[in-house]
Design a protein around this ligand. Structure first.
Ligand SMILES: [Zn+2]
Length: 382
C-alpha cells in the first residue's frame, strides 16, 4: 500500500535515528515501475550490488550470509508483496532478519543499495521534499472552480461556484434576454460579489490545511480583480497566474499549475540562498559549504537545510557519534572514534538534519547554492 506523505515522513524521521544491532543497515531503493521492466532489472541489480558490496567492504563470511539472507527477504517482497500502485520501493534492513521498515511510493526511485551504519534516508527525503499539495482557482466572472491537488498529484477535492450574474439563454436568436439586460446593468457589483464568494471559499479551504501555494487560472484582468478581493492571509499564497483556456482539460490546467508551483518554489529557494549568503560570517544566520553546515548541526542550530540534488560527495562518518566530514581523519574530532567511509557525506548531513527536526529543502540548478559548495543552511539564533 502506498504510504501517505505524513506516514512516509514519520517513517523517515524514525529511520534517521535507528541503530542496527550489528552496526550496519542495508538500504535498498528500487524502481518497481513497469517502465523500467523491473521484474528483470531489479533482481539483476541486487545480485551485482551484492557482489560489489561484498568486494568493496571485504565482508567476512558471516556478514556475507546476513546480507545474502536479507536479499532473499527483499526478493520475497518483490515477488509476493507488492501492489501495482507502488512505483518506487525503499527497504531498510537492520541485519536481524526480516524487513525493518518499508516505504511504498507512487513514483520511481533510482536503484540503489547501501550498507552503512545508518539507514540511507536521503533519496526518500528528497522525493518527499518535492511533494506538495496546492490549490488551483479557475476564475471567471460568474462561473469559477476550486481544485485541491494533493501531494501525489490527484485532485482530492473540487468545488464549482456559480455567480449571480446569469448569462443569456437566447444565444441562438441573439436577442437580449431580460435576465441579461438586468445582469448587464448590475454586472460589476455582481461579478465582484462572485469574486468575494470564491475568495471566501478559498480562504476556508486554506484554513488549517498544509497547502502553501495557490495558482489562479484566469484571463489577466479577471485575475487582477479577483486578487484584489483576497483576504490578507490568502493573498501572499497566490504564487502564480496562468492563462485561462476554455479548450484545456482540467488535467492540462493542473499540469500548467504544477509547473508554476515548481517555479515559485525555485524562486523561494533562490531567495533563501540569498538570505543565507547575507548572513554568512560570525554571529550571522547563514552557513555555506559542508564544514559550516556540519558545525551548525553540531550546535543543533539548523533551521533549514538546503542541498543540491546532484551533490553527493563520498566522505567519512563516525559510527559512534554524529560527526561527518569530506576528508579522511585518523580519529573522530568529536569523540575519538574510528571514522568509516560513506558513499554520500551530504546524505549524512540530511540524516542528521532530519534527526534534529530541521526542514530539508532540495534544489537543483541554483547557481548561488552551487557556488556555496552544494549545501547551505539557515541557522537559528542561539
Ligand atoms: Zn565520533
Amino acid at each position: 500500500m502506498i504510504d501517505s506523505l505524513a506516514g512516509a515522513t514519520e517513517k523517515i524521521r524514525h529511520l534517521a535515528g535507528a541503530k542496527a544491532p550489528r552496526g550496519a543497515f542495508l538500504t535498498v531503493t528500487l524502481s518497481t515501475s513497469p517502465l523500467d521492466d523491473w521484474r528483470q532489472s531489479a533482481p539483476t541489480f541486487l545480485n551485482s550490488e551484492y557482489t560489489r558490496i561484498g568486494r568493496e567492504l571485504d565482508l567476512p563470511k558471516d556478514q556475507r550470509h546476513v546480507l545474502q539472507s536479507e536479499l532473499e527477504e527483499i526478493g520475497a517482497v518483490l515477488q509476493y508483496d507488492l501492489t501495482e500502485s507502488t512505483q518506487g520501493l525503499a527497504l531498510f534492513l537492520d541485519g536481524e532478519g526480516g524487513i525493518y521498515q518499508r516505504i511504498d511510493l507512487p513514483f520511481r526511485l533510482i536503484n540503489r543499495m547501501v550498507l552503512e551504519p545508518s539507514p540511507y534516508v536521503r533519496p526518500v527525503a528528497h522525493a518527499l521534499s518535492l511533494l506538495e499539495p496546492f490549490i488551483v482557482a479557475r476564475v471567471s466572472r460568474d462561473d469559477s472552480s476550486l481544485y485541491l491537488v494533493d501531494e501525489w498529484g490527484g485532485i482530492a477535492r473540487s468545488d464549482d461556484l456559480r455567480g449571480p450574474w446569469l448569462r443569456t439563454s437566447d444565444r441562438e436568436t441573439g436577442e437580449l434576454s431580460i435576465k441579461e439586460y438586468f445582469a448587464a446593468a448590475r454586472h460589476d457589483t455582481l461579478v465582484d460579489q462572485h469574486y468575494k464568494e470564491v475568495a471566501t471559499t478559498l480562504a476556508k479551504w486554506l484554513e488549517g490545511s498544509a497547502v502553501r501555494r495557490v495558482v489562479v487560472c484566469a484571463q489577466h484582468d479577471i485575475a487582477s480583480n479577483f486578487r484584489r478581493t483576497l483576504p490578507s492571509a490568502v493573498a501572499p499564497k497566490v504564487v502564480a497566474e496562468i492563462p485561462f483556456d476554455a479548450a484545456d482539460s482540467v488535467n492540462q490546467m493542473v499540469g500548467a499549475a504544477r509547473t508554476s508551483v515548481n517555479e515559485a518554489r525555485r524562486r523561494e529557494l533562490t531567495q533563501l540562498m540569498a538570505h543565507i549568503n547575507e548572513g554568512l560570517g560570525s554571529n550571522g544566520r547563514g552557513a555555506a559549504g559542508f564544514d559550516q553546515v556540519m558545525a551548525g548541526l553540531e550546535r543543533g542550530q539548523l533551521q533549514t537545510l538546503l542541498v543540491d540534488r546532484n551533490y553527493r560527495p563520498p566522505g567519512w562518518r563516525c559510527p559512534a557519534c554524529d560527526w561527518a566530514g569530506l576528508e579522511p581523519v585518523e580519529e573522530c574530532p568529536f569523540c575519538g572514534g574510528k571514522p568509516v567511509p560513506i558513499a554520500d557525506a551530504v546524505g549524512e548531513l540530511v540524516r542528521l538534519a532530519i534527526l534534529q527536526s530541521t526542514v530539508v529543502e532540495v534544489a537543483e540548478g541554483i547557481p548561488a547554492l552551487e557556488a556555496a559548495g552544494g549545501v547551505a543552511a539557515q541557522l537559528r539564533f542561539v
